[in-house]
Design a protein around this ligand. Sequence first.
Ligand code: ZN
Length: 164
Amino acid sequence: MVDRPEVALDELYREVVLDHHRRPRGRAPLSRVDARAHGFNPVCGDEVHLHLSLDGDRITGVEVQGRGCAICTASGSMMAELIPGRSEAEAGTFAEAFRSVMHGKSAPPDVDLGDLEALEGVKKFPVRVKCALLPWVTLADALRAWRDGATETTTTTEIEEAKP
Ligand code: ZN
């Protein structure tokens, strides 16, 4: 069977992905910022500025700013929908599950990735996997800095090569 590129592109930009791209969630500025990180994907030029507010270990607010392609913007928007109200550990579970999916594995059956599942087709495009993972790598970075007691991190996150 021939893999027609236009079919693959359809899969890449599914309607739900385009909706998140057009109307990204999590753009409202937070009144209190407890953790922040900046992520950069030099391959595509995507940039994510992530702000979090936390109450104990619970994420109470997510703000995603920056500039990116449709895949990166949609992934960040989906993250902004998925993680508020979750604990730091739960957010880490989502990040890990989504990374598995992007690397061609399946998510654990007890993890519901919600709209993120619409990005599954991206796994066929290794260059775009970095775009999809950037907000999640940035989230991990912000949470790591927060655990270490830093309220601010200026780390620029570069994503490791996707391993098959
Ligand atoms: Zn991108």
